[in-house]
Design a protein around this ligand. Sequence first.
Ligand SMILES: [Zn+2]
Ligand SMILES: [Zn+2]
Length: 254
Amino acid sequence: MVWPDCPAHTDWRLRTAIDAVLSVVLAPSCAACDELLDRPTRGPVCERCWQSIRPLTPPLCDRCGDPLPTWRTVSIPLALCPRCRRAGRLVDRARAIGPYDGALRAIVHAIKYQGRRSLARPLGALMRHRGADMLDGAACTVPVPLHASRRRERGFNQAMDLARQLGLPTVAALRRVRATSPQTGLPAARRHGNLRDAFALTGAGRALEGATVVLVDDVSTTGATLEACARALKQAGVAEVRALTAARVVSLPR
Ligand SMILES: [Zn+2]
Ligand SMILES: [Zn+2]
């Protein structure tokens, strides 16, 4: 039998052969679930893990993207969670691929703490897909910056890696002007104080007056970082600040 000489077919046969060799010789495991990878050439995370990433279930707060407690809110034209109703927000709308748990959490960790930067590409593709309405009509993406010392230590900024996958120009509009104490472990109210005035505009950021921009980060925890970034952008005359993150820590409805 003669195999059709089609490049896709050849590619498929080659990949299958390479996968068979790699999975036996190197036995690489999935960066998220640690199971052996059947198809290592498809990347460091297995298909099951990618498929397990569920979106946040609607109804969602129209502003911050947190799930709302009941469907009753759908009848209200602008559905807001209690937190957004209580306090004005500088981020006009925020969305994420899904909640910060399971495989999504493991993938974010693999990028940040194991330096698996190649995962930014498929993760960014998922952000682009699930956050299409955040990107629609925006002028550019703005990655949340790391402080220079943290950036040196890690060697890269994961937010920049993700922002570059979203199909819009990426503008490094912000810089962190002060190293903040780690947010983890601080109560929500203190996080906002800890970050106030932590960001300043760069020269590139000054060209964004009147624009709609999309802030990009790996995880939104309390939203304090995104709010502090939005403050700096709006002070510089940015018209609309949206936020798209890979994951979101979902706060329980209060
Ligand atoms: Zn897996
Ligand atoms: Zn909200």
